[in-house]
Structure formats: C-alpha cells, structure tokens
Design a protein around this ligand. Structure first.
Ligand code: AMP
Length: 326
C-alpha cells in the first residue's frame, strides 16, 4: 500500500473544484464499481465540488448500479482533475477528452505498461481497482465519507474482479476491505441475484458452448461465438462474451479462451488461465491485461488459429516443466 501516493492523490482532489472520473471501454463490474464508488465518496465528502462520471460506452448488464451520466465540452476540462480508474493505457480510456484535463491521476491494478497520468498509482497485485478505492477510503476514513450505496458499488467491483474472491490476487487485505464494505450494510442477496442469476437464453447458450467447445493438443479450451449464433439464440454481444466463464472449470485446461464475433466484424478475445500466465499471448495480438485474465482483438480465422497455437505452446511448456497442477 502506497500511503505517500494516496496522500498526494487526496491533496490533488482537495485542490480541484471539478473532478472528472472515467474508466475503460467495455466496462466490467470493477470499472463501473470503482468509478461510481469513488464518485460517491467524493460527492458525500465534498458536496461543494463538481464530481462528474464521464464515459462514452455503457454495460447494460450493470445497469442495476444506476446511470453514468453526462458529457461536458472540451473547454470545460481546462481546470478539471481527471481521475482514470482500472485502465492500463490511455487508448483504452472510455473518454476521448480526458487528456484535456489540467491534471490526470491514474489508479489501476493492471500490469503497468504506460504512465499516462500526472500521478500514477498502480498496484499490480491488488485484486481490483475497487479494492484500491476501499484502501484509499480506509486510509483517510477520518476525512472521507461513504454510505451503503458507495459500499455496494465498491463491493460489486471487488466481488466481480476477484471471481467471488477466488482468483490469485485475493489475499487477507482483499477480505479485510470487503469486510469493511459489508459492515456498511451491503445487501449481498440482492447484489448476487443481479450479478449471477441467468436467463433461460443464457442457460441454453451455455449448454451449446459446453457441447461444442474445442480443445488444442495441450488442453487449451476455446469457443467461437459467431454473430449468426448470437442471432439464432437471441443473445446480445455482451451475453456472448460471458462464454469465457463457461469453460473455467475443466481440470486439464489451464488456459481457456472465448472468441466473440462483434458487429464491426472484429473478433474480441477473452483469455483466462490458472497457474500459467497468459498476458504475453494477449500482448502479441494487440491486447493485454492481467497475468491470468487478459483481452485482445483479432480479425480473421487465421489469426484465431495463430492465437490458439501460441496459447497451446505456452500451456505445453508449462506442463512439461511443472508438476503439481491438477
Ligand atoms: P476481458 O476479457 O475483456 O474482461 O479483459 C480481461 C482483462 O484484460 C481486463 O482487466 C481488461 O481491462 C484487460 N483487457 C481487455 N482487453 C484489453 C486490451 N485490448 N488491451 C489491454 N488490456 C485489455
């Protein structure tokens, strides 16, 4: 925990009247939870300041957390402090104007590849950006305010990005931060109902993926979800992207991938792994992310095959040189 950095961030927040908070494209629970959680803390603590959440895309499956409002004009950024959460590189920020701000703070837990902020607070081993905001809140709890709504946003980010507290980065600090949010009255039954109950369409889609996924020679499990299949099953592109989680519990498949055809004809790749790192494969294909959870984009069947081959090679090397995995 970087106390000095957190202190500097708090000072910058105090110095600015207008604060614009943004996150990455294609938001997940952590991107939305951390930004809305920070906004809530700052609104409660500094009611006289303008605390804006500005993003250019939206995830409808997270709409139960409420809206992410407004745009402002380019000229209105000149005196603003921009705080970007959960986003490794400037080009992934879902706000094309954020660089117009007077100062920029990056708060992130992805592998560090670019320092685009005036201040850059990066904790690569932290399970979520939401956890970083909880740590920030707890460090200055004598000065900052939060309520049940804010705690619910942050808990949502923590529980989703840690895969319900089972991914590698989950440690004692993660659970202490989660406990602090639960103590504020988060309704986990309602939250889990929003996050984890599935529609019949999704269930049918899951059975299709489980019936048809492929395995590479060394055990990489992968599925391709074409636009035709999405249309046939009546599912959205967002629903289709869930397919990666359907493949996560196969004993021999330490790497699993989902290729999702998108309306613009690109193919979104979601890469997941246990024990063996996968981000280096994502980086070869215009992507990046975390050691065990990354994303990339490919444009053809050939590129898909090339990515599967690379992942297969990584998995083969791992299995040849390690013992003890299941
Ligand atoms: P996803 O499969 O989209 O949930 O992505 C997994 C992780 O990788 C998330 O933390 C994303 O922020 C990150 N990620 C996804 N796509 C990219 C990309 N093209 N470049 C860098 N990081 C990415």
């Amino acid at each position: 925990m970087n106390r000095q950095m957190m202190q500097e961030i708090l000072e910058k927040i105090k110095q600015h009247q207008k604060i614009v908070i943004s996150r990455h494209w294609r938001p997940d629970g952590d991107a939305v939870g951390s930004t809305k959680g920070l906004q809530r803390i700052l609104q409660l603590t500094f009611p006289e300041k303008q605390i804006l959440l500005i993003n250019e895309d939206y995830a409808s499956y997270l709409s139960f957390l409420g809206t992410e409002e407004c745009q402002i004009e380019e000229k209105d950024y000149s005196d603003a402090l921009s705080i970007i959460l959960d986003t490794a590189t400037a080009k992934r920020v879902s706000n094309s104007l954020f660089t117009k701000a007077q100062e920029i703070i990056k708060i992130d837990h992805h592998i560090e590849v670019e320092q685009y902020g005036t201040l850059n607070w990066v904790e690569e081993n932290c399970s979520s950006a939401s956890q970083m905001i909880v740590m920030f809140y707890l460090s200055f709890r004598d000065q900052l305010k939060i309520d049940t709504t804010g705690a619910t946003y942050l808990y949502t980010g923590m529980v989703t990005d840690s895969g319900r507290f089972k991914f590698n980065e989950t440690d004692g600090e993660t659970l202490r931060c989660a406990a602090a949010m639960l103590d504020l009255g988060v309704d986990i039954q309602t939250l889990y109902a929003h996050l984890y109950l599935t529609s019949m369409e999704t269930l049918k889609f899951k059975s299709k993926v489980l019936g048809e996924f492929k395995l590479s020679p060394n055990g990489v499990a992968y599925t391709y979800v074409s636009l035709d299949l999405q249309k046939e099953l009546g599912i959205t592109n967002e629903d289709a992207s869930l397919s990666v989680s359907f493949l996560e519990t196969i004993k021999d498949s330490l790497i699993w991938l989902a290729f999702i055809e998108c309306p613009d004809s690109t193919i979104r790749v979601r890469l997941r792994s246990r024990f063996v790192t996968i981000n280096q494969v994502a980086e070869h294909f215009n992507g990046g992310g975390h050691a065990f959870a990354s994303g990339a984009t490919v444009h053809s069947t050939e590129e898909m095959q090339a990515l599967v081959s690379q992942a297969d090679q990584v998995l083969g090397e791992y299995k040849n040189t390690h013992e003890g995995w299941l």
